[in-house]
Design a binder for this molecule. Sequence first.
Ligand code: MRU
Length: 362
Amino acid sequence: MTEAIKPSDLTGSLRQPVNVRLAADGLSVRILDQTQLPNRTVYLDLSLPEQQYEAIAKLRVRGAPAIGIFAAMAYAVAAARSQQTDPAAFIAELAQFSAYLNRSRPTAVNLSWALRRMQAFTVARQTASRPQLLAQIRQEAEQIQQEDIAMCRAIAQFGLSLLHDGDTVLTHCNAGPLATSLYGTALGPVLLAQEQQRHLKVFADETRPLLQGARLTAYELQQAGVEVTLICDNMAGLVMKQGLVQACLVGCDRVAANGDAANKIGTSQVAVLAHYYHIPFYVLGPGSTIDMNCPDGDHIVIEERSGEEIRSLYYREPMAPQGIHFYNPAFDVTDHNLITAVITEKGIIRPPFKQELARWFA
Ligand code: MRU
């Protein structure tokens, strides 16, 4: 189904997110299909595990926190649709569902985090009557979304405290409301500033090959009335050299215990450039993206995607010769030495990250 998005839907002014919602009957999750933006506003109602898996794998729903929220709601749908009357069989079916959905994308820790949280919640209440249990599971999934809204708001406030009116920030990929719930992480300070009638400007990297920066970040910021300038990924160095950028703000899919941070492919190049030009480089994300069980970036699994995304996806005709080899890693890891601070809902975490992250998140 198709309906319009209002500009306020993408800022904090609206109390409910538009990207992921559990249906009133609890039997499907409605998502805004992000592969169709910015040209079409299409909502999909997903009730079957295969549809939900496909939605994550194809990036119809994307962005680490949004994937976690979606997974929690998909779990609630699986519980509501289960035919198992025996509590042990019900728990086993949900464990199987979680393992299946968890295989849809490997890098963002929020996916496994949300599914583990939902399963632990269910196991702890398995003796409750089924209607009671289903109502509680639904509430827990919606609670994850509400917590994300509060976390994004807190992240936005901390992030904004590091910026000055009139600053221009550079961002890579999309870490706005579409990737979270409201505000976003990297775009949170910008949207909050806009709400408070303060003025920040943005350079958005287009973010090859899937163009999240062009399709989603530029769209969200334009809708919200923020002054945004779209650049190709290979222009970031020039705008930094020209003194046009005062800070870099990026999201994250998994932050290891030593502060190494996985985010969209190309992020680490931005960090290297920012380091060279002495521009602060901030990684913004909720606590659910910090993986204290992952010692460093070498232990983060990087998703590899089809070469067709490079060759042909957004071109009218293929832009590489037939039979050429492709390498299409979807993420890279920014070395913790290049990160000025990790901004979470708990505060602004500065080096030494190993000690500081352990203090806040152990
Ligand atoms: O492949 P995507 O579009 O899911 O990648 C998204 C990113 O890399 C985001 O920056 C990250 O998930 C943080 S979203 C708040």
